[in-house]
Design a protein around this ligand. Structure first.
Ligand SMILES: C[S@@+](CC[C@H](N)C(=O)[O-])C[C@H]1O[C@@H](n2cnc3c(N)ncnc32)[C@H](O)[C@@H]1O
Length: 422
């Protein structure tokens, strides 16, 4: 069984990447949408799939093919501490209404959201309570949410984000436990760095003055130089995000321009530099195979990487969703079998044993002879059981039958080794 998912506000596909790492070949992103042309270019460059060039408000949900999982890292500016926090008064804050419309029409099994942590507290918590209310009471989902810090999931970055996981049919979900961090900022750094990333002396002096002014007023913390064996501050798309993540470079690692504005005499003597967009991608946990296309400016690259997610965090959450997804599907499946009234009690029992026990091989093939033996063990007449075959095919439990073998469908294979379920 391939699970179908859609990726809304797809950005550069960080959520997709983490979820694909969890679900492997069991998932297919059948639809993606993203408004920004530049993000679509990066997405296409890496997934060979170009998101629809649609403003979400123009999507006709009925035209989206059916899917099981909805992924949406909806824009956070309206709720972000860095923004004006107008929430639903801001057009960008209301985009989530449209996502609820799509959920209402398509009723996917799972919904996954990522947003800034402040969404939880915005407007004296009223915004979030409204969102929860919509998801739980209006749309009928079981909702789980938690603020997780990327630094606890082997990502060298302090990044607290709110994650919301909703299930249509499943009441239990646990967010992943923290894991040991083995990666530090230094593991994300490029060995040889162009002198253009070294701040000019003038700019650094400006940052120092700015910081001093703010410190005197007792607010803000301005630019920050992070030790290479430390971890980065939150990467955000605005300018200060970069300035809070400066490092001090060794002189041997710098490739100096001989002339022009990037020559050594114009750059700062402490060799303080910005991280490159590629390094920022690594600080977000993207694999080195992920690349920006060539026709994207660096300013745009910084913006895209600040807007995206820490992939390993999504991957850890995705692993939990994956486990739940199949337990949940199995529950629905068993419920469906129960609804399959034409099966006699014994037939139902044997089916359950076949499904839940390990009777079916990895390939999903069972020889008619061994089925006959199983029937004998359960004192069931094979011929009686055979009568149900046509229904079992219709029910997609059995794919096909040959004179010697029964081929169970791939759906059933998922439920092997669930023997302790019942
Ligand atoms: C927080 S980012 C999502 C990042 C993405 N989940 C990822 O993993 O890279 C929000 C995205 O929504 C897009 N967006 C904003 N308004 C939109 C709209 N009205 N319709 C479609 N996309 C929109 C932005 O261009 C931005 O890429």
């Amino acid at each position: 069984m391939v699970i179908k998912a859609i990726d809304l506000f797809a950005g550069i596909g960080g959520i997709r990447l983490g979820i694909e790492q969890s679900f492997g070949e069991d998932i297919k992103i059948i639809y993606a949408s993203e408004k920004s042309e530049y993000s679509r270019r990066t997405y296409y460059h890496n997934f060979n799939h170009e998101p629809e060039n649609t403003d979400i408000l123009e999507i006709n949900a009925k035209e989206i093919p059916n899917f099981d999982i909805l992924l949406a890292g909806f824009p956070c500016q309206a709720f972000s501490i860095a923004g004006k926090r107008k929430g639903f008064m801001d057009e960008r804050g209301r985009l989530v209404f449209k996502v609820f419309d799509i959920i209402n029409i398509k009723k996917p099994e799972v919904v996954f959201f990522e947003n800034v942590k402040f969404l939880k507290n915005h407007n004296k918590k009223r915004t979030f309570l409204w969102i929860l209310n919509q998801l739980e009471y209006f749309l009928g989902y079981y909702v789980f949410f938690k603020v997780l810090n990327s630094a606890n999931y082997n990502v060298p970055q302090k990044r607290e984000r709110l994650y919301i996981v909703c299930f249509k049919n499943y009441k239990d979900f646990t967010f992943p436990k923290p894991v040991r961090r083995e990666i530090q900022l230094k593991n994300c750094l490029t060995k040889q760095i162009s002198s253009k990333y070294i701040l000019s002396q003038k700019y650094l002096d400006g940052l120092k003055k700015h910081k001093k002014r703010h410190q005197e007023k007792g607010n803000g913390f301005g630019f920050q130089v992070i030790p290479k064996n430390g971890i980065a501050n939150t990467i955000v798309c605005g300018g200060m995000g970069r300035e809070r993540n400066l490092i001090k470079e060794n002189k041997d690692n710098i490739e100096w321009d001989k002339i022009g504005v990037y020559k050594q005499s114009v750059r700062n003597s402490e060799l303080i530099r910005r991280l490159t967009p590629k390094e920022f991608l690594k600080v977000q946990g993207f694999p080195s195979t992920f690349k920006f296309p060539e026709n994207i400016s660096e300013t745009e690259q910084y913006k895209q990487v600040g807007n995206t997610v820490s992939v390993p965090v999504i991957n850890h959450i995705g692993n939990e969703i994956y486990k739940n997804f199949f337990t949940m599907k199995k529950k629905i499946y068993i419920r469906k079998i129960k609804e399959f009234k034409d099966l006699s009690i014994l037939e139902y029992q044997i089916l359950k044993i076949l499904l839940i026990g390990n009777f079916i091989s990895k390939t999903g093939i069972i020889s008619i002879q061994s089925l006959k033996n199983t029937c004998k063990d359960f004192k069931l007449h094979y011929l009686e059981f055979k009568k149900s075959f046509r229904k079992l095919i219709k029910f997609e439990i059995i794919e096909k039958i040959t004179p010697k073998r029964i081929y169970f469908s791939k759906n059933v294979l998922k439920y092997r080794h669930f023997e302790d379920y019942y």
